[in-house]
Design a protein around this ligand. Structure first.
Ligand code: SME
Length: 151
């Protein structure tokens, strides 16, 4: 996808954030899935510091049994520990991976940091092989930066 298209989607997200609907995070998931062809499952996992685990928040796509993920487990748990984006172009090549279905081929997980500390993450699964580029990670990091106050 071109960076011009990402800029358009980003502007729509900025508009949504300004309008502050009650279901803002869900609306962002919907928009991302709808507007970006290779985004097939889009959701947020939120850190529960009391239990030191991730809890599934708003999402769009097939329901997942993975509503709670321990720190360090799977791609999501690794991003929660490192606070760094992970882009996996072929999930079959990753050992520490939690499968959400055979149709998923690739995944990107981007952290939401608040005052430098991990608070949540945006998780995107794709049914396309190796669809992600630097443009995806830059775009999604900008989106996550807009959302620090939601967590
Ligand atoms: N695949 C993730 C688990 C969450 S699902 O993609 C919704 C992982 O390995 O952490």
């Amino acid at each position: 996808m071109t960076s011009t298209k990402f800029t358009e989607v980003y502007q729509k997200i900025e508009e949504l954030v300004k309008n502050k609907p009650d279901d803002l995070l869900f609306r962002i998931c919907e928009l991302l899935k709808q507007d970006v062809y290779h985004y097939d499952w889009v959701g947020f996992y939120v850190l529960d510091p009391g239990n030191n685990e991730l809890v599934l928040g708003p999402f769009v796509g097939k329901p997942t049994p993975h509503t709670h993920i321990a720190m360090g487990k799977g791609i999501c748990g690794q991003v929660a520990e490192s606070g760094q984006t992970m882009m996996v172009q072929d999930v079959t090549q990753v050992e520490n991976y939690i499968s959400c279905g055979l149709d998923v081929q690739s995944e990107i997980v981007v952290p939401v940091l608040k005052d430098g500390r991990f608070v949540a993450e945006l998780d995107i699964d794709s049914h396309s092989p190796a669809p992600f580029t630097k443009a995806d990670s830059e775009f999604l990091s900008k989106v996550c930066n807009l959302l620090t106050d939601c967590f």
